[in-house]
Design a binder for this molecule. Sequence first.
Ligand code: FAD
Length: 268
Amino acid sequence: MSLDADVVIVGAGPVGLVIALMIARQGISVTVLERFSEVIQSPRAMAYGPAAVVELERAGIAAECRQIGMEESDYHVQIRWITRDNKKIAGYERPSGVNMGGYAPVLCGQHKVADIILRHLSEYPHAKILWDHEVTEIRDQGDKGATAVCDTKDGGKAEITGRYLVGSDGARSTVRKLIGCTFDGFTYDKRVVATNVYYPFRDYGFTLAQFIVDPEDFALVPPPTPSCISVFKWLRLDREMFPRRDVSLLLRRRRLPDIRTTPRPSGL
Ligand SMILES: Cc1cc2nc3c(=O)[nH]c(=O)nc-3n(C[C@H](O)[C@H](O)[C@H](O)COP(=O)(O)OP(=O)(O)OC[C@H]3O[C@@H](n4cnc5c(N)ncnc54)[C@H](O)[C@@H]3O)c2cc1C
């Protein structure tokens, strides 16, 4: 059994990619296995808490994220709770210049952060990403490491062995299940659908972030871009009335905008 890399990482989400970059920078060989053929493009993280900003700094990419994303001067930093027809219920102004964990905030779409990491990773010949590799099985090789068995796009199988294997394959982690770890807690009985809505929100007084408070039409509307036309809208759907398959169909039939194909303004 030969080693493909010192470290094999399952999942090219932000966690897997940041770990890969940090490891590659230390001169350690790393292979990332991702089931899709590219980084997930649907709307996800935009604003990062202090702990995540610290990691982006440690990975040496926070400054680039800020350049591509938004600066404080790009938006009105008020956070508001509003009615469905945009009447303010409450709000507060986040004092500008207050840093998170000692660092300036980072506001940059998760897929853009991934682009930055991928560019940096490409500078390291000992760092590889294998797209279209879905891990379905893990073989423990004792002291020698672990082998990830993957389904590939062409219907074949691939076996990738590392001294260490990192499971960073998201909330429904296959690695977690394969190694018998539990993920205790509960799942809300509602679905939240996130999508981009293109509209000049800023012209209508929308600020850095607002929560629409409404029993039926709850929504979180986070930062519009400097060019002020895009925002995530969250819809609450009953899990029983709208199983996951039906929500996907709904998106595909474009009754809701198709989050995979909708073009994004730069910066989001
Ligand atoms: C709408 C929305 C808004 C959000 N906003 C914020 C925000 O503003 N700030 C914030 O901090 N967080 C936010 N989050 C949360 C944030 O997106 C997640 O915390 C983050 O994506 C988790 O990263 P991860 O790398 O652990 O997992 P993921 O991003 O889920 O990545 C896991 C990767 O593993 C791959 N994978 C899964 N299974 C396998 C397998 N068997 N084999 C190979 N590859 C596999 C997946 O395809 C995926 O690419 C938001 C999430 C959503 C959905």
